[in-house]
Design a protein. Structure first.
Lengths: 243, 288
């Protein structure tokens, strides 16, 4: 479904990603693991059309995505939940979700999609009229994921959904991701919280200093001593403790 | 006396509110601070007068033609002049400074064209200049019509912004342009719409000014200043704030004209502006 080949991204002289190739099949959940600054977000940004790569190719359903504007990719079925969430903090939860269904592909079934999203995140149903920016970090993350789902994506890109959330909230977000995965949606997730993500994903790529240093099935990686040492060293991944 | 000030002030304020609404849309949605805004307003006023004098086109009908023409002119202006600036600035804050410099130049270009086309003399038309009794206050019919035009145009736009999908997209771009592409919004396209719409409102305000006031080709800066003052008073990008501040300015000016001295209107305007800048620089109602 998604084919990334020899992708190199550079900001000025700083090379964020070098010769990265990977693929995601339909219905799969693929994780990209790596430390801060390994190039995870750059990779997602390039797939979502936010950053133009220096070299390489990105294919989606057999067609190249390079050169397409970011807003155009949403209508092709690629929804991004960026780092920092990117919600509309000045608008209500209901408006955020309604805007999620703004792409043409999502308009017809918007009411039904909203019901699905509100079933997935009952908290959002209670808080419909609240201004999104006044909600807690975890709730804002639910708004961001819910809004992405409103566009009826074929491929959901998640950039560090657990970043900056309290551990108990992280659990809640990951529980929601399990339910989303079980609907059969193709998901690509970038995370620092390696342990929780490997429990969720089908496959993973390990990223270090802009290069892929390993890949495999998630259950195999969880038991690989080298991976455990490098990525699962902490007690429960390295989710920051603050809310 | 009080009632006179109230009614005449609200009637004047309607034009100001509409004038400010266009400027705040251009700045809020397209991020362009348009210093040539008053010249665009004047251009519309001159066109209305010219059509009236040349072929006897009724001003109300003229307004119906001028507003869409204003939209088209704004669309063209954005595409030809603003888009290169937007493309060049990217995500940085350069657009605001660049747009101020560019529209400052545009100001003199439009003013020069107006001077060549219509001369430097004061212009006015006499249109439905008879008094109508409202709650015991005599108001010129043309002022009431101009007020009606402003209320209908401003009200329709405010409702559309608050209630429709289109309005929600506009607000999303105004509030978080960086997030808008995530939901498939083409920010450049929306910005162009916002700029064109602001130009249409300037044209509408200009048409209603032409129905009631005397003006000359060099007056544009006064309208830009007044619109800017109202926008800052109401809170930049804040649509209801601009409407309320517009009416407030109309009331204050009318109060000064009737009770103190007509020559002091501009001074009063700037005195309020100064107070707002000193004590509430974010505007009376905060940023939208």
């Amino acid at each position: 479904m998604l084919e990334v080949r020899d992708l190199t991204i550079a900001y000025g002289r700083h090379v964020a990603l070098e010769g990265v190739s990977l693929s995601v099949a339909r219905g799969e959940m693929v994780a990209i693991l790596g430390a801060n600054g390994a190039g995870k977000s750059s990779l997602l940004s390039a797939i979502a059309g936010r950053v133009a790569p220096r070299t390489g190719a990105i294919g989606y359903d057999g067609q190249s995505l390079l050169g397409l504007p970011q807003h155009g990719l949403v209508d092709r079925g690629i929804a991004l939940v960026p780092e920092g969430r990117g919600i509309f903090p000045g608008l209500t939860v209901a408006e955020n979700l309604a805007l999620g269904a703004n792409p043409m592909r999502a308009r017809a079934g918007a009411a039904a999609t909203r019901e699905e999203v509100l079933t997935l995140f009952p908290r959002l149903a209670e808080r419909r009229r609240q201004i999104a920016g006044t909600m807690s970090g975890g709730e804002q993350q639910m708004v961001a994921i819910g809004r992405a789902l409103m566009s009826k994506p074929d491929l959901l890109l998640l950039d560090e959904p657990s970043l900056g959330l309290a551990p108990i909230v992280v659990q809640e977000v990951f529980a929601a991701l399990v339910r989303i995965r079980d609907t059969g949606l193709t998901i690509m997730i970038v995370e620092q919280n390696a342990r929780a993500t490997l429990a969720l994903a089908d496959r993973a790529y390990l990223l270090e200093a802009g290069r892929i240093i390993g890949t495999g099935r998630a259950d195999a990686l969880r038991n690989d001593p080298a991976v455990v040492r490098a990525f699962l060293g902490g007690l429960s991944g390295n989710a920051p403790a603050q809310a | 006396m009080f009632l006179t000030i109230l009614i005449l002030g609200l009637v004047l304020g309607g034009t100001y509110a509409l004038l400010a609404l266009g400027l705040t849309l251009q700045y809020g949605i397209a991020r362009i601070m348009n210093l040539a805004y008053g010249e665009v307003t004047l251009a519309a006023a001159f066109v209305l007068v010219a059509l009236f004098k040349a072929i006897g086109l009724p001003p109300l009908l003229g307004t119906l033609l001028i507003v869409p023409a204003g939209y088209g002119a704004g669309w063209l202006l954005y595409t030809v002049m603003m888009r290169p600036l937007v493309a060049r600035s990217g995500a940085s804050g350069r657009l605001e400074v660049d747009s101020i410099l560019a529209t400052f130049g545009l100001l003199f270009l439009i003013q020069g064209l107006l001077l060549v086309a219509f001369g430097a003399n004061f212009t006015s038309i006499s249109y439905l200049d008879r008094g109508v009794n409202i709650l015991g206050v005599s108001v010129a019919l043309n002022r009431l019509i101009a007020f009606g035009v402003c209320v209908v145009a401003g009200g329709a736009l405010t409702l559309a912004l608050a209630r429709t999908r289109w309005g929600m997209v506009m607000r999303a771009v105004a509030l978080s342009p960086g997030s808008a592409p995530l939901v498939g919004i083409d920010v450049m396209r929306v910005a162009r719409q916002g700029f064109a719409l602001g130009t249409a409102l300037a044209a509408c305000a200009g048409a209603s000014i032409a129905m009631v006031q005397t003006f000359s080709a060099t007056d544009g800066v006064v309208y830009t200043m007044k619109a800017l003052i109202i926008v800052i008073m109401g809170g930049v990008g804040n649509v209801p704030g601009a409407l309320i501040a517009g009416f407030a300015l109309g009331l204050v000016e009318t109060f000064v004209v009737t009770t103190i001295d007509p020559g002091l209107t501009l001074a009063a305007t700037f005195a309020i502006f100064l107070c707002v800048l000193l004590w509430r620089p974010q505007g009376l109602f905060g940023r939208g």
